[in-house]
Design a protein around this ligand. Sequence first.
Ligand code: 13P
Length: 255
Amino acid sequence: MPLKKFVVGNWKMHGVAADLEQVTAIAEAAAERPGVDAGLCVPATLIERAVRAAPGFTIGAQDVHHLEKGAHTGDVCAAMLHDAGASLVIVGHSERRDSHRERDEDVRAKAEAALRSGLATIVCVGESLAVRDAGEAVATVSAQVDASLPRSDIAKLSVAYEPIWAIGTGKVASPDDIEEMHAAIRERLVAAYGEAGRHVRILYGGSVKGSNAAEIFAVPDVDGALVGGASLKAADFVPILDAAAAAVEGAPAIA
Ligand code: 13P
């Protein structure tokens, strides 16, 4: 049975006060499409204002520290995200794995801290082009999933498959490659969590746009999207919500 689609924007290091009108417009469009779960992960500095600009809409963060508090200059913990009004967080994005040297074990600790606190949590995985060219994509991502998955309550867990070579490049993985990888991730989820692993939503990310979203959402085991560039403006993001709404029309939602 298909899961309700989850479409999340990742604003990365973009967004100041002038962009709040986009948050409001996206939230209003999402409210008109109740068949789809939607959210925006904005910079930490914008969370509280985004929540005020979009009451009732899911606003999230892009990282969280694995500890509850302490001497960690520059870091933000789960309680602070809740305090600011966030209800969602992304962990283990490839940009953080790369520039902040986050390892699978760090990502897992962050996911466990986030889920423990009650934040919906998206764990990101994905291979480099060199790994794909070497024919190691499925093995590499499967190992990443195994080592990054939280050993905690997973009711609010999602996984995002984001091939690094497809992020911000305009290149999208082929439907066959996405299907193969999402099936492999589903297998790892079921191995880790049993039947509950079938209810964890698996999002695709990497150059998702209004023009390619319908094709991506039609792939088996694609339960949503994690969207970078095309989430910054309502005019670009709303067509992706529309594609998700069309994909689930008539399909009973269980998530
Ligand atoms: P783009 O949609 O800009 O390729 O970014 C994808 C991504 O990294 C979302 O987390």
